[in-house]
Design a protein around this ligand. Structure first.
Ligand code: WTA
Length: 653
């Protein structure tokens, strides 16, 4: 089993009770929360079953809450039928047709307000367009879009007709896109001519063309949304403009009745070994946890303006952009670009102009904006904010304090939310009017979520002992399987503890007050700017270069990105003089960017004659990690073929 005896180096004792001003108007108080915990512990199934009846509109009610007969392939609300898009849109029309669903702001500054009625019509028209292109229930559709309203329209339209979408982050390369198209065997790709990002146009359609030219035989149609008017090629018989595909399509489209456990989407995530995993999510269970966490953790209310800054290419952009906010009838912001265009005040400017009340972002963004100084946010009126959130990686207490003081003006609680692509929705997070927060802790498991920290035997550990973070009972929004690979699903998430506990892959500790502190990944996944990157994938990309013989990649703590990518490379030819070769380094960085995406580019590359391996031939990553950090070496290095390599790895020879 992976790491044992995980030591914690973080000691943080500050406590922050929720402000009075926040509590006054919050929907979930102490008493109600306690009642939820009591109910969940007394009758777990009734707890989730009642919530599913309250929160979801069913076409056909379910008769059984949890089917665990084929664990770990759990089925929630198994014989029920519903439609996710109906639950997000149609049911808002009765009272909220003219309420704003989406406030869109493009990076160049264009703004649109879209009501629930208009969004409903857009989704129906596009759903009919998809049908016209031959898309049916169960077909896979790849969405490779910029962060525009139409990305959400495309996702909702798929949900409406029962097609399974798989969104690929717009920053991913042709290679990564191709892999996902091939793994899903998608029939249709939805993309855009381009998207605005960082003051540039990201040429999505060109990249999609490259991907499709490398195989992807399953793809029959490409629908292209016109966003940037940049020059692109349209391939006859395959490519069609979004606006042409919509011609003559009706603004009504009957929602397809879906079984509760029919897949809603696939989202690919990196593992430590092998190719990315297509995480498969259900319809009903997924949506239920999206909804109840909107209420419990975000305290969402009628008048809120909710802004989750995540791109729809990540799970956060699925649950808290495309589905959760709509399913509760909220108003939300979609912003196309980066936080630093035209300057590091953009996020605060958007918050001020659109009167954002709930703001949810990643620690990496907070750290970057913190670096720009207090003076920038102080230029903007942030008085509408009432709640702040973070997700994606542990937030260091210093960044938490800055967020609290400068952005939240000591008035807004901070919800540090722990969850994963696989969990579908928040699992461990504060309930803002109740939980006393501590900087750097995601606090406690939500009602109905049985999270624990255990040792190799599955025994719960005592206070502050680091161990494996597990979930001991199934929950509605849990991963269903890895697309096309049930065995890998079992091996990855249920390998120990008799297959009874879900293994999150994170190490954690619980303090004496019952608060969870996430310590990192137990496998070799990097977390760069909140994006999980498999070391194996980056290594494979490096090794795919003609000059590279071997490569090992580790994470090195980075002030802004969380972790940076540090690569050790063995070249096929001679090791460069003194281990330095800037041309080769630049070439390899560009190569990795092309193979995986710019986010995976090694920040540093060190050349050596060999890599340190264990007797069984496994790369000694812990040693390499220590070297990357410049730490003293305490590991046994006697198995090294050549002790001189150590100096090379350290950059000293
Ligand atoms: C990490 C993102 C500490 C963790 C929703 C997890 C966190 C991985 C937190 C999942 C948090 C996410 N505190 N660590 N609040 N949130 N993580 O699949 O290592 O992109 O396993 O899902 O990010 O990343 P993923």
């Amino acid at each position: 089993m992976a790491q044992n005896n995980i030591e914690s180096t973080l000691h943080e004792n500050r406590h922050f009770p929720p402000s009075e001003s926040f509590c006054k108007n919050s929907a979930l108080n102490h008493k109600k929360l306690d009642a939820l915990y009591v109910k969940a512990s007394e009758d777990y199934e009734a707890f989730w079953g009642d919530l599913a009846k309250q929160e979801l509109d069913w076409i056909k009610p379910f008769s059984k809450t949890l089917d665990d007969s084929n664990a770990p392939f759990y089925k929630w609300f198994a014989d029920g039928e519903l439609n996710v898009s109906y639950n997000c849109l149609d049911r808002q029309l009765k009272d909220n047709a003219n309420k704003t669903a989406i406030i869109f702001e493009g990076e160049p500054g264009d703004i649109q307000h879209i009501t629930y009625q208009v969004l409903y019509e857009k989704v129906c028209v596009f759903a009919n367009a998809l049908k016209k292109q031959g898309i049916k229930k169960g077909d896979r559709v790849i969405i490779y879009m910029p962060m525009v309203t139409e990305a959400v329209v495309a996702m909702q339209a798929c949900a409406r007709i029962g097609a399974i979408h798989s969104v690929v982050f717009g920053g991913f390369s042709a290679e990564a896109l191709k892999d996902r198209v091939e793994d899903t065997q998608a029939k249709l790709v939805i993309t855009a001519d381009g998207g605005h990002r960082g003051g540039k146009i990201i040429p999505l359609k060109n990249t999609a063309d490259q991907a499709l030219s490398k195989g992807c035989k399953s793809v029959e149609t490409v629908i292209v949304f016109q966003r940037c008017n940049n020059d692109i090629n349209m391939q006859d018989g395959r490519d069609i403009w979004w606006h042409d595909a919509e011609q003559e399509q009706s603004a009504e489209c009957e929602p397809e009745p879906m079984n509760a456990s029919d897949p809603l989407f696939l989202l690919y995530t990196s593992g430590s070994t092998g190719k990315p995993k297509g995480i498969q999510h259900s319809s009903a269970g997924y949506l239920l946890n999206a909804i109840n966490t909107m209420r419990w953790v975000f305290d969402i209310q009628e008048k809120d303006v909710f802004w989750c800054t995540a791109d729809v290419g990540w799970v956060t952009g699925h649950t808290y952009v495309a589905y959760g906010p709509l399913a509760v009838g909220a108003t939300m912001i979609i912003y196309e670009g980066v936080p630093t265009v035209p300057d590091a005040g953009r996020f605060w400017d958007v918050c001020a102009r659109h009167h954002v009340t709930i703001f949810y972002t990643a620690p990496t963004a907070i750290r970057a904006l913190m670096k720009a100084g207090d003076e920038i946010p102080q230029r903007y009126d942030l008085s509408h904010l009432r709640l702040l959130g973070t997700v994606g990686e542990p937030i260091n207490p210093e960044a938490w304090m800055w967020y609290h003081r400068v952005i939240g003006q000591e008035r807004c609680p901070i919800v540090d939310t722990w969850w994963q692509t696989e969990t579908g929705a928040h699992m461990i997070a504060p309930v803002p009017a109740v939980t006393v927060t501590k900087p750097g802790s995601c606090t406690r498991a939500l009602p109905g979520i049985d999270a624990a920290v255990v040792n190799e035997q599955g025994e719960a550990l005592g206070p502050n002992q680091g161990g494996f973070l597990v979930i001991r009972k199934p929950w509605p929004a849990m991963i269903q399987t890895i697309w096309g690979d049930d065995q890998r699903y079992k091996d990855t998430y249920w390998p120990y503890f008799d297959g009874k506990y879900y293994l999150a892959g994170d190490s954690a500790r619980i303090d004496e007050e019952g608060y969870f502190w996430i310590m990192g990944r137990i496998d070799d996944v990097l977390n760069v700017s909140g994006h999980r990157l498999g070391t194996m994938e980056i290594e494979s990309a490096l090794v795919a270069h003609e000059s590279v013989a071997e490569a090992a990649v580790v994470g090195k703590p980075h002030e802004v990105k969380g972790e940076s990518v540090f690569a050790y490379v063995v070249l096929k030819g001679e090791r460069p003089e003194g281990g330095v070769d800037e041309d080769m380094t630049n070439e390899l960085r560009a190569w990795v960017a092309e193979q995986i995406g710019p986010i995976a580019k090694p920040d540093e590359i060190r050349y050596s004659d060999n890599l340190p391996k264990t007797r069984s031939g496994k790369i000694m990553r812990r040693l390499l990690r220590a070297i990357a950090k410049g730490e003293e070496i305490t590991q046994d290095t006697s198995t090294l073929e050549n002790e001189g390599i150590l100096l090379q790895l350290q950059g000293k020879a």
